[in-house]
Design a protein around this ligand. Structure first.
Ligand code: ADP
Ligand code: ZN
Length: 722
């Protein structure tokens, strides 16, 4: 009987349960159905195809437009023990040959390719000779001209169905209007696909809008309170990006700039440093967009008002992909409205202008209204949020002050009404404060009853009231009439005293306002684990989140697992990662427990949620069997590694796994490594019993390696259990 979905979920990915929609999608793929899935960023799309890719016979071809990400994606899959490779223009000739060989030898679970590569005739030919079980299309909206990210190369994917009629297709996207969705399905030629449209709610994101006062200082304050957390700060222009990045650097914050004015090399470098946790913050324009799959982005700050809700949602969506709490802060100032309005007015196309005006007001409304931010965002995507209180936005946790502003609203609307609904905001404000402008004299507006009715406040104040009224749709701007202000039915009711008018103002930042951010874990231990993750990632040349996600480290810092069994119970620790990193992290935890007995006591009653089936028999990978073949032929570990172009560490892992599974009975340890080294390892193990691998290596004066120790230990264990 082959492994079940749940067993594979636990063994490979180390997760206990599927996220919403994942299981249905996996089942549909296993049933050889086509799939079309719209899931928000962080919804867990990759697992949807990686899991069946592993369970099914044959290969899954993943088409992805993001060349810069492919290596990370492949590294992440490999870290979970999957057989994955990629093909794109960045690959050396030698690596290309190796990948094609693996393809020919039917060794792969996953092959990531760029759409350009897919379009190449010789690649098609090779692929046809391989055994393809299904295609996974990432960022599928790139095939649609209606989408915001059309890529002509994607059109060649229409060839999948005619050329590979037996293979299934699973298409994924995070952004799709219904029009784009239909277009994708038609263009790819999906056959009665299983359809999924996930909720766009991101429950782990905390949304907050704050008044923008001195932005640089506000950012600095935020960063001081969120030391060691990764985040993105969005700004509108290159100049402001540079200025903010410079300022933060001058304050000792580890920050880099990112915008379209930098060279591609520099951009790539900055993005990579961010990805690898080598820099804390990226200050960026929206050019820093697609292709950030870093899962531990803990905050996304908007220093300026975004142009529209769609953009705002996508940008904030880059936070918290690992499902852990993350914060989305928008610093809002009315001067931004003026700035955006100015740009809108430069557009000649009246239709475009209307759309832009409308988008701006949706943004302003979002920032200023007193409805739950989450409800507002989801409403924008046509989704109804059912809960009364989301508990994770500033409105719902009560970080705003409401006040009645019916009287000022009536003053403004009266001025609008009495002057004939023919004038713009500037003139109306002038009437209310009683300004002595030529225009007022000429039109006789100083005779109006409302003239000077608001002279106790300044013009700025009245502009704000006007914007409040616009945001709440009590008045509208008539784009065809030089932006003249007009009352809406809602506005008229307020003017007539039948309804009240309320404005909200954000309170100053409250310390620890973030509801939902629980932290019973030990931050001290978390920091140590993070440092180790960083070290390992650097050593292997992969991003830290590929080693373990923030969530995984946080669970470790909560449950203090110090046996392999406990470690396996931590979310995100699958069999491969347990074998590879388990010891290292357990050593740190053990040390920490030793040094901080109080912390242990505090958590004495905590239990790691049990993962069933964790210890079920893992499937032996094709590559491990390859190693076995060579070992049986009498090759040394070093030779096997050299011939197969893999590390000795990997070879030793293979052998460990094989022995655990009762294979490799005829293997002779003394043929795999030098007998003298073997004896040294055994002697070290017995002398330093219980010590971590690292300290054993240090004690040997680096005479033995991880691979040597693992290999010898595997044989010793086998002897003991025999
Ligand atoms: P997407 O591609 O949809 O943006 P990813 O595939 O990158 O999302 O997944 C986002 C994060 O969620 C990753 O860190 C992944 O490990 C995690 N994740 C995915 N599925 C699960 C699950 N069932 N349980 C826990 N975490 C999961
Ligand atoms: Zn809310």
């Amino acid at each position: 009987m082959s492994e079940s979905k749940h067993e594979a979920l636990q063994r490979i990915f180390g997760f206990n349960t599927f996220r919403p929609n994942q299981e249905e999608i996996v089942s549909a793929i296993l049933d050889k159905r086509d799939v079309f899935a719209v899931m928000p960023t962080g919804g867990g799309k990759s697992l949807c195809y990686q899991l069946p890719a592993h369970l099914m016979d044959g290969l899954c071809v993943v088409v992805s437009p993001l060349i810069s990400l492919m290596k990370d994606q492949v590294d992440a899959a490999k870290a979970n023990g999957l057989e994955a490779e990629f093909l794109n223009s960045t690959l050396s000739a030698k690596d290309r040959i190796r990948v094609f060989q693996a393809l020919e030898d039917d060794q792969l679970d996953l092959l990531y390719v760029s759409p350009e590569r897919f379009a190449m005739p010789d690649f098609m030919i090779r692929l046809k000779q391989a055994k393809v079980s299904f295609f996974a299309i990432d960022e599928a909206h790139c095939i649609s001209e209606w989408g915001h990210d059309f890529r002509p190369d994607y059109l060649s994917l229409a060839n999948i169905v005619p050329h590979f009629p037996k293979a299934g297709i699973a298409a994924f996207t995070a952004t799709a209007t219904h029009k784009v969705s239909e277009d994708i399905i038609t263009k790819l030629g999906l056959r009665n696909p299983h359809l999924t449209r996930a909720s766009f709610d991101r429950p782990n994101l905390f949304y907050q809008v704050l008044p923008k006062e001195d932005l640089d200082l506000q950012l600095l304050e935020f960063l001081h309170e969120h030391k060691d957390q990764s985040g993105i700060i969005y700004r509108t222009t290159r100049k402001s990006v540079e200025a903010t990045a410079d300022f933060l650097q001058s304050q000792g914050i580890s920050a880099l700039a990112y915008h379209a004015g930098l060279t591609p090399v520099q951009r790539k470098k900055n993005q990579e440093q961010f990805n690898r946790d080598q820099v804390q913050v990226v200050v960026a324009t929206i050019a820093f967009g697609m292709g950030i799959d870093k899962s531990n982005v803990r905050f996304v700050l908007h220093g300026d008002l975004p142009k529209n809700m769609e953009g705002y949602y996508q940008e904030t969506g880059r936070a918290g992909r690992d499902g852990e709490p993350a914060r989305c802060l928008l610093y809002f100032s009315r001067s931004d409205i003026v700035r955006i309005r100015y740009f809108i007015e430069q557009t000649d196309d009246l239709n475009e202008r209307k759309i832009a005006e409308n988008q701006l007001y949706q943004m302003v409304q979002f920032s200023e209204s007193n409805v739950c931010r989450r409800k507002a965002i989801l409403g924008y995507f046509g989704e109804t949020y059912e809960k009364e209180n989301c508990k994770t936005c500033d409105i719902c946790v009560g970080d705003v002050e409401r006040s009645d502003a019916t009287v000022p609203a009536q003053k403004v609307m009266s001025a609008i009404y009495r002057s004939g609904q023919k004038f713009g905001a500037v003139h109306i404000a002038d009437i209310v404060v009683g300004a002595k402008t030529a225009k007022i004299k000429q039109l006789g507006h100083d005779q109006l009853k409302t003239y000077g009715a608001g002279k106790d406040q300044d013009k700025k104040y009245w502009r704000r009231v006007i914007d409040d009224l616009l945001a709440q749709e009590c008045i509208i701007q008539n784009a065809e009439q030089y932006s003249a202000l007009e009352l809406t039915p809602k506005g008229k009711q307020i003017l007539l005293g039948k309804k009240t008018f309320e404005v909200i103002r954000q309170k100053a930042v409250k310390k620890k306002a973030a509801a939902g951010i629980t932290s019973d874990y030990s931050p001290k231990l978390f920091d140590q684990l993070r440092a180790e993750r960083q070290r390992l990632a650097q050593e292997e040349g992969i991003p830290p989140f590929v080693v373990f996600s923030d969530r995984t480290l946080r669970e470790m810092a909560l449950y203090f697992p110090d046996t392999a069994e406990q470690m396996a119970g931590i979310s995100g620790v699958g069999a491969a990662k347990l074998a590879k990193y388990g010891d290292t992290f357990m050593t740190i935890i053990e040390m920490f427990k030793h040094m901080h007995p109080g912390e242990v006591e505090k958590r004495a009653l905590l239990r790691i949620p049990v993962k069933v089936n964790k210890s079920k028999k893992p499937k032996i990978s094709k590559t491990a069997l390859e190693t076995l073949k060579m070992a049986e032929q009498g090759l040394t570990m070093e030779a096997i590694a050299a011939v197969r172009d893999i590390s000795e560490g990997t070879v030793s892992q293979h052998i460990e796994k094989l022995l655990e599974e009762g294979l490799g009975d005829g293997l002779d340890l003394d043929r795999l490594i030098d007998p003298e080294k073997r004896m040294l390892c055994e002697e070290l193990f017995s002398r330093l019993s219980g010590a971590s691998m690292r300290s054993i290596i240090e004690a040997s004066g680096n005479k033995v390696s991880y691979a040597d120790l693992r290999l010898v230990r595997a044989f010793m264990t086998k002897r003991e259990t025999a």
